[in-house]
Write a protein that binds this ligand. Structure first.
Ligand SMILES: Cc1cc2nc3c(=O)[nH]c(=O)nc-3n(C[C@H](O)[C@H](O)[C@H](O)COP(=O)(O)O)c2cc1C
Length: 195
């Protein structure tokens, strides 16, 4: 089993990204090879007067989840071709904990590009966190007509897309897990880092 938490990246009221996140979480759970849980940036009581790794111990569930994770799924909306500041603030709580783990992106947009631009914007940022990006994204363009008002997916074509997306993430996460456990680096000096 691979441990792959999912982070939904906006705290906007009436956000549609939560529909994509909940639907994908279910796809992850039914596979049988992924252990997951949903983290929601809206649940992080981020302070106005501090930032970054110095406050990570105020978010022990997130810290411990990433320590034991093999990778991460980030569901992000596209806001003016970029990512929400709240998502960046949550990611910036940690650093060493991400190193040599896989990350896969789900983009959500009202427009036709399905978050392609926000994902491109995130790639150099997560590289600095030490995460290794998969090359198959899952894009939800025109999200307002992809789910109904209750969050029910209206387009069955996403089932195959989600499978391909998750297959690639599982491969990457598995290979990196093997690497962390068997190949020494300055981040895993014993070559036996189970984290
Ligand atoms: C501040 C802001 C900026 C946005 N910028 C874009 C954009 O650049 N491209 C786009 O396709 N949709 C844009 N949208 C629409 C979102 O993609 C849309 O709300 C979609 O449902 C995903 O975001 P949500 O999870 O907040 O609902 C923007 C929405 C907000 C609130």
């Amino acid at each position: 089993m691979l441990n792959l938490p999912l982070l939904v990246g906006t705290n906007r009221q009436d956000r549609r990204s939560i529909f994509a996140a909940r639907w994908l979480l279910e796809q992850m759970r039914v596979r049988g090879d992924i252990e997951t849980r949903l983290f929601d940036v809206a649940d992080f009581a981020l302070p106005q007067d501090d930032y970054g790794q110095g406050i990570k111990d105020s978010f022990p569930e997130w810290r411990d989840a990433i320590v034991s994770a093999d990778g991460l799924v980030i569901v992000t909306p596209e806001y003016n071709h970029g990512y929400p500041g709240t998502l960046k603030a949550v990611l910036d709580l940690l650093l060493r904990e991400y190193v040599h783990k896989a990350v896969a992106f789900v983009g959500v947009s009202a427009g036709p590009w399905g978050g392609t631009r926000v994902i491109e914007a995130m790639v150099p940022m997560v590289r600095e966190l030490g995460l290794a990006v998969t090359f198959s994204d899952l894009n939800f363009p025109f999200v307002q007509r992809t789910f109904d008002a209750t969050g029910k997916l209206l387009d069955p074509a996403f089932e195959k897309r989600a499978k391909d997306f998750l297959d690639e993430l599982v491969w990457m996460a598995q290979v990196l897990k093997w690497g962390r456990e068997n190949v020494a680096s300055k981040f895993h000096p014993t070559g036996n880092d189970k984290g």
